[in-house]
Write a protein that binds this ligand. Structure first.
Ligand SMILES: *Cc1c(COP(=O)(O)O)cnc(C)c1O
Length: 223
């Protein structure tokens, strides 16, 4: 099936209150253009150089989501245009995002990435690290970052109960943070979870933002 057909099919499965981010990492610009022509406006990328190059050639009304591990020395390249950095996993990174945002007077929307999977390799915060980070935002006046919610990746497994458990854990973390740190903050509303293999489960468990790559663009030949 074509990118257009895949998107059409996926959109019928996603409720209107859940945002679809088309994860276009490693895909050529032509594939993104095909998605754009169907009305797709949210795209996700995980490499700084790639997101920057694609941003330069694609239409200006695209909302670019950065979803990969972000090195502090590269923050400055995406801060001028990124719509949402979904993968904030350290205070050091958050401080740098604030600093670069302040320089150009642009508020940067961020999600806190939590480690919810069993796998050791996946990045993300635990609750204690998140608490520390939130205290620092307050103490250090990191007011050029806006925390809009949480993001997480479940274990890569066929065990749907395991996946469900991990998504539930992320949702509970979101609600706990909402209650304790963001009660008055309307912008703290996103639970980014669900990829090609598990987005229906994620939606059932309360996802507001699914990040889908291979189901739209086909299998990637490299990471
Ligand atoms: C690659 C990636 C996705 C999309 O993965 P698919 O399985 O191709 O849908 C989603 N989220 C993150 C963080 C990714 O790196």
């Amino acid at each position: 099936m074509s990118v257009k057909e895949n998107l059409k099919d996926i959109r019928t499965k996603i409720p209107s209150n859940v945002r679809l981010v088309a994860v276009s990492k490693t895909m050529p610009v032509a594939a993104l253009q095909e998605a754009y022509q169907t009305g797709q406006r949210h795209f996700g990328e995980n490499k700084v150089q790639e997101i920057t190059q694609k941003h330069d050639v694609m239409p200006g009304d695209i909302q670019w989501h950065f979803i990969g591990h972000l090195q502090t020395n590269k923050v400055k390249f995406i801060v001028p245009f990124v719509a949402l950095i979904e993968s904030v996993d350290s205070l050091k990174l958050l401080r740098e995002i604030h600093k670069q945002g302040k320089k150009i007077d642009r508020n940067i929307n961020c999600l806190l990435q939590f480690h919810i999977a069993e796998e050791e390799t996946k990045f993300g915060l635990d609750l204690n690290e998140a608490k520390e980070l939130l205290e620092a935002i307050h103490k250090e006046n990191l007011d050029f970052v806006t925390i809009c919610g949480v993001m997480g990746m479940a274990t890569y497994t066929d065990d749907s109960e395991q996946i469900r458990k991990e998504f539930r854990h992320l949702k509970e973390t979101f609600h706990w943070l909402k209650e304790t740190h963001f009660k008055q903050r309307v912008e703290f509303k996103e639970i980014s979870m669900g990829m090609s293999g598990d987005y229906m489960l994620a939606i059932e468990e309360g996802s507001t933002n699914v990040r889908i790559g291979s189901n739209i663009f086909g299998i990637r030949t490299y990471v």
